[in-house]
Design a protein around this ligand. Structure first.
Ligand SMILES: Nc1ncnc2c1ncn2[C@@H]1O[C@H](COP(=O)(O)OP(=O)(O)O)[C@@H](O)[C@H]1O
Length: 163
């Protein structure tokens, strides 16, 4: 959603771009507003998956309020558990693949910016696992398995929780 705003060149997109390129988190106010607007679109009427959101405790509280206002229940929260070192390798590979395919390389797909993204994760996002564990909503999936195995695990969680 943020990338779409950047692509569209909106005022929000322009502000978000610099922050994203530096590997920092975009402000809670911006992200919360984008999500609140998006989940009111007709294609979300039967349910939706928020990928990479919430990423801070403020966002988690905001999503709770958004869902409560709309009478929607949160089915589950999936944590993909990965090894930090392997992630650097994946990012370097994604940058190489994009370059080889003649596509633009993401400014945040390099080891230096990745370190900042990781710092942001431990400071602001990691506390969410405790938050959702305490609510009995947290499901953990091994993100180091093959793409097919990770997909199957996520589908299993969704099949149990979605009605
Ligand atoms: N929930 C969020 N809160 C704040 N910033 C976010 C959030 N989700 C994404 N971002 C911003 O977008 C950047 C890229 O996020 P990422 O999830 O890696 O994107 P993609 O899904 O395109 O790979 C983050 O480093 C951050 O700047």
């Amino acid at each position: 959603m943020l990338r779409a705003a950047v692509q569209a060149g909106t005022e929000v997109g322009k502000r978000a771009k610099a922050v994203m390129d530096a590997g920092e988190l975009v402000s809670d106010a911006i992200v919360n507003a984008i999500v609140a607007e998006r989940i009111d679109q007709p294609d979300c009427a039967r349910g939706f998956i928020l990928d990479g959101y919430p990423r801070t405790l403020v966002q988690a509280d905001a999503v709770e309020a958004m869902l409560a206002e709309r009478g929607i229940a949160l089915d589950s929260v999936i944590e993909l558990v990965v090894d930090d070192k392997a992630l650097v390798g994946r990012i370097v590979k994604r940058a190489e693949d994009a370059k080889a395919a003649g596509q633009p390389v993401r400014k945040d797909d390099n080891p230096a910016v990745f370190e900042e993204r990781l710092r942001e994760y431990y400071k602001k996002t990691a506390p969410l696992t405790g938050y959702y564990y305490a609510k009995g909503r947290l499901r953990t999936v091994d993100g180091m398995a093959s793409i097919d195995a990770v997909t199957a695990e996520i589908e299993k969680v969704l099949a149990v929780t979605a009605k």
